[in-house]
Design a protein around this ligand. Structure first.
Ligand code: CA
Length: 238
């Protein structure tokens, strides 16, 4: 018996958001992926889909290009503008190369042209998911500080930290760059998706984060780099 699972073993329990306006198509995809063990969510127009995508954490977004209320390309563009890395698989009824290029430009990772086999969709989801996990591991660790991006939870020395959604985004940005400095503009980008920033508001967010991360510890991890920004460093070994 080999205790190591095969590399190509299918991953189940992925949270998949399907944004597709054609009801029959949506039902088919939903049923097929659900049968494969994925946890499905659905929106029938672009605006509702974008709202769901921004509100919840998904492992995968399957996005139709031709959608009412907000075009798929625009959904993709606005989602990526918020620094979201969730893989996006586009569905397009259009064979034109220009449409596909437009989708990639907007931040899609892969596409399928309708009509397609559901098995191919499932296979592409698996490939995209694995690639994304290699690029963006779901656990980020600096010293004894651990951030679980799937559970949206953080611990330091095994103690759970209480974080607001902004605090979580800020901490993730600091941890990913650790021990390097994050400039004010980078922090603003992580918080508000925009490099424009208000130093006072930024400072408030950092103070709150410091309370959660450093309050009960002798060695603070969040350091101020005057005139530039902040950085997060692992405490020196005692
Ligand atoms: Ca459509």
């Amino acid at each position: 018996m080999n205790p190591v699972p095969p590399v190509n073993q299918a991953v189940a329990n992925l949270r998949v958001l399907l944004i597709e306006d054609q009801r029959a198509m949506a039902e088919n995809i939903w049923e097929f992926l659900e049968m494969q063990g994925q946890v499905m969510d659905h929106a029938a127009d672009g605006q509702a889909g974008l709202a769901l995508a921004l509100e919840n954490a998904y492992d995968m977004i399957v996005l139709d290009l031709g959608l009412p209320r907000l075009d798929g390309v625009e959904v993709c563009r606005r989602f990526r503008a918020q620094n979201k890395t969730t893989p996006i698989l586009m569905l397009t009824a259009r064979e034109r190369l220009e449409d596909k290029l437009l989708g990639f430009e907007a931040g899609a990772d892969d596409y399928l042209t309708k009509p397609f086999e559901l098995r191919e969709l499932a296979a592409r989801i698996q490939v995209l998911h694995r690639r994304h996990q290699r690029l963006f591991p779901s656990i980020v660790q600096v010293g004894s500080l651990i951030l679980d991006l799937i559970q949206r939870a953080a611990t330091r020395d095994g103690q759970a930290l209480s974080l607001s959604p902004s605090g979580f985004r800020l901490l993730e940005a600091l941890m990913r760059r650790s021990p390097n400095v994050l400039l004010y503009a980078d922090l603003a980008q992580a918080l508000w998706g925009d490099a424009e920033h208000d130093p006072a508001r930024l400072h408030t967010h950092i103070s709150l984060l410091r309370t959660s991360v450093d309050r009960d510890h002798e060695q603070p991890m969040i350091q101020t780099v005057h005139g530039f920004g902040y950085r997060l460093v692992p405490p020196a070994a005692a």
